[in-house]
Ligand binder design. Structure first.
Ligand code: GLN
Length: 402
């Protein structure tokens, strides 16, 4: 028998049987990411992927060239763990220009591997087991495992359709002396809701009263429609020192695969975030941080065009979906449309999405993956529209098959 044949003689079933002993309790509550599961299913069935939110069009030419030049210029070894200095300087300059927020690149900025790492590093940095973390529901699926990895208790507060607003009394009831933080994601994935100043004031007041932090995922900050505007909660009175602001290059510069994000927080919090980040990942890709300097210095017209282009795609997909019989919740920001599938008469969101992938060749995300209790989202599905017009046009044709 050759060595490779010996290796394959371990039957998978034996490996599966060992699971209970070797797998950590921490991960036992995890489910597979439904968003990424839908991407795999879409690829397997040749369906158009309106599930996972990543562009199918090119990243800006000058940003790609900057990355190529950085590699050629030998930015190929570790950058400083918490981020290359020119990139941290560019981040500081951008927040000063856009929001009048001053963050010290030396003590208050940590570059990490996408906002996914930024969120979990921040949560591991500030929570102790048993601390409570408030999460608005529906929520981006990562926040579930994030709280589990920290052994934190998740407290849910509903965003109510059709406007996806919250009830201030329900939010107040969710706060307690054990509340360590509230997670805020505005513009919101999956609802498209953009919190206004009045709502942010309510949240900020509760954070101050209960001495809690706001951990904010602001990744869709520049993807805004009509008259919506993005207000970082850190700009509200008393919130600068109790905010942990997380963001990344992914959505703003159409480079979701680069995995370059950042965390902005007061020096004591940043100290703690940097320790977690250092031992989790050491650092984000060095040449891509160099390209990030150019990206974050893009002129205002770049961001205006980004929002304008996405608004066109949003309006197109709204038309496509309404034409196919979906009831749509019109987003004010981010690049997703939540839809109500009750009119189609399917038993649940999973069955519907599977049918749509197999029969029509279009993938979306079952709504239940954005809720702790899957019954709550079983009549909803989420489509993304960060796609070429040709892709959305093809979706229009295919959706006539349902
Ligand atoms: N944020 C994107 C979405 O919600 C991509 C998720 C992911 O796979 N990281 O679809």
């Amino acid at each position: 028998m050759t060595p490779s044949a010996e290796k394959t003689s371990v039957r998978p079933v034996e490996i599966l049987n060992r699971r209970p002993r070797f797998v950590s309790h921490r991960t036992s509550g995890f489910t597979e990411s439904v968003i990424r599961e839908m991407t795999r299913l879409a690829m397997e069935k040749g369906a158009i992927n309106l599930a996972q939110g990543f562009p199918d069009f090119s990243a800006p030419e000058e940003i790609k060239q900057a990355a190529q030049q950085a590699i050629a210029a030998d930015f190929n070894q570790y950058a400083i763990t918490w981020g290359a200095k020119p990139f941290r300087d560019a981040i500081a300059a951008k927040y000063r220009k856009w929001y009048g927020l001053d963050y010290d690149p030396e003590r208050e900025i940590t570059v990490c591997c996408g906002s996914t790492e930024g969120m979990i590093a921040s949560m591991l940095a500030v929570t102790n087991p048993g601390d409570e973390v408030i999460v608005f529901e529906p929520y981006y699926e990562n926040y579930g495992p994030d709280t589990l990895l920290c052994d934190a208790q998740r407290k849910l507060v509903s965003l109510r359709a059709p406007d996806w607003t919250f009830d201030p009394d329900e939010l107040r009831r969710a706060f307690s002396p054990k509340t360590k933080a509230i997670i805020l994601n505005s513009p919101n994935n999956p609802t498209g809701r953009v919190f206004g100043r009045a709502e942010l004031m309510v949240i900020a007041e509760l954070c101050r009263e209960f001495d809690a932090l706001a951990i904010t995922d602001e990744i869709y900050e520049h993807i805004l429609y009509d008259s919506a505007s993005h207000i970082p909660i850190a700009t509200l009175p008393g919130m600068r020192e109790r905010s942990v602001l997380v963001n990344s290059m992914s959505k703003t510069y159409s480079v979701t695969g680069w995995r370059v994000g950042w965390v902005l927080a007061a020096p004591d919090l940043t100290d703690s975030v940097r320790k977690v980040h250092d031992f989790l990942t050491v650092g984000a890709a060095a040449p891509l941080q160099q390209a990030g300097v150019l990206a974050l210095n893009m002129p205002d017209s770049y961001y205006q065009k980004l929002a304008r282009d996405y608004q066109g795609r949003r309006d197109m997909l709204l038309g496509v979906l309404e034409g196919a019989g979906f009831r749509c919740f019109r987003p004010d920001g981010a690049y997703y449309i939540m839809t109500d599938i009750r009119d189609f008469g399917f038993p649940d969101d999973y069955t519907f999405v599977r049918h749509m992938i197999e029969q029509a060749g279009v993938a979306a995300v079952p709504g239940s993956s954005f809720f702790a209790n899957s019954n709550d989202g079983s009549k909803l599905i989420r489509f993304c529209f960060c796609k070429k017009y040709e892709t959305l046009e093809e979706a229009r044709l295919r959706l006539t098959r349902i």
